[in-house]
Design a protein around this ligand. Structure first.
Ligand code: CMP
Length: 149
């Protein structure tokens, strides 16, 4: 089953939106596999956002993601990457569709509440970066029989 990394970033934590994010993903039918509430070290921030080195928003992004706690999670389900990104909406909140999390709770691009892996390969890499294998919980999601064909 596909897995994806989801972060509730410092803006989402400060605005009290951890529960909202979790609730939307739970209601969607996805399965929570791991979670930890943590401060992000500069090293982890740099490794996570390595693809953005050199871009104008890179340095402010590092400052932002290390500025307060984040809720890091792994969510699992069929096409979990696409499903979660659909629930979050486009990175730029102004382009996010009505009803998506970013449309409903954000206005711009940096303070966009969450991060979610952008493809299954990056999902695997990002989960490996943020979680130790033993932090992933194997459990039976009994509701699957009412959600998955
Ligand atoms: P995220 O999905 O975590 O991936 C990279 C992050 O960089 C993105 O969400 C935003 O928080 C931020 N970001 C991307 N593009 C811009 C931009 N043009 N201006 C400011 N921040 C950006």
């Amino acid at each position: 089953m596909e897995r994806t990394l989801v972060l509730v970033k410092p803006d989402g934590v400060q605005r009290g939106l951890i529960g909202e994010v979790i609730s939307r993903l739970e209601r969607r039918g996805l399965k929570l596999t791991a979670a930890k509430f943590m401060m992000v070290s500069l090293d982890l921030a740099k490794a996570h956002y390595a693809e953005h080195v050199g871009k104008g928003f890179y340095e402010p992004l590092l400052k932002f993601i290390t500025s307060g706690p984040v809720m890091a999670m792994v969510w699992e389900g069929p096409n979990a990457v696409a499903a979660v990104r659909q629930t979050m909406g486009k990175t730029n909140a102004l382009e996010a569709a009505p009803g998506t999390l970013r449309h409903d709770f954000a206005l711009q691009t940096r303070f966009n509440i969450t991060h979610a892996s952008d493809c299954p390969e990056n999902g695997i890499k990002e989960i490996d970066l943020w979680f130790k294998p033993e932090e992933l919980v194997e459990w039976q999601h009994d509701l699957d029989k009412w959600i998955l064909e």
